[in-house]
Write a protein that binds this ligand. Sequence first.
Ligand code: PEP
Length: 251
Amino acid sequence: MARQKFVAGNWKMFTSAASGRALARAVAAGVTDDRVRVAVAPPYPYLALIAECLAGSRVGVAAQNLYPAHEGAFTGEVSPEMLKDVGCKYVILGHSERRHGLGERNEFINLKVRAAIDAGLDVILCVGETLEEREKDHTQQIIWRQLYDALAGFDRALVHRLTIAYEPVWAIGTGRTATPDQAQEVHAYIRGLARKAWDEQSAAALTIQYGGSVKAENARELMSQPDIDGALVGGASLKPESFLAIVAGAA
Ligand code: PEP
């Protein structure tokens, strides 16, 4: 069975209550069929508001992070249960801005993946190499390590609740996109790892998004590659026209 394309918009630390509401409404109005699975990831303070705006629409809500504990004395943190409670279906974990800007390590990301899955949140797990790692030809070993560590203990029977987002760090927010061939090569490598670690059926069911300066102009070609099952979109998800054009490119 063909995998359904999945396009998610990561709003990062942008929008306000008013602009987020307007953006969510415009996106919901533009997603009129189920050919493509769509989600948006607003900042924490607006999750409940945006979930309310999107209730009954075809657009799901994702959080951009979580803390791997049910509750407790963790000042400033947010639990997976709280995210479920306010209407999140997904959570983005391991984003490079957290790995490289905030020092998040694979082992900690693994705790988050486990906590998310246990709480009933579906995971979008980001992996990707830096420019230096690519130039040293270390891309595959970096991706292998990130996946191996972050997915330790993951039950292959839950593969339908996991999305891998391949996001080369050098392409995020830089305007520089991996070529469709470069991206496809890494996506095929990731699917091959899933085949080896799990089995053919689980690997075939795994959704692998590409992320890194995806825009209306390059989305269709990227997502027409055999192992590219959608996109994780940053900058271009902040305008309904560009985000909806990317969704259309996935159909
Ligand atoms: C991202 O942050 O996940 C991302 C892909 O950003 P952009 O599309 O802006 O490169």
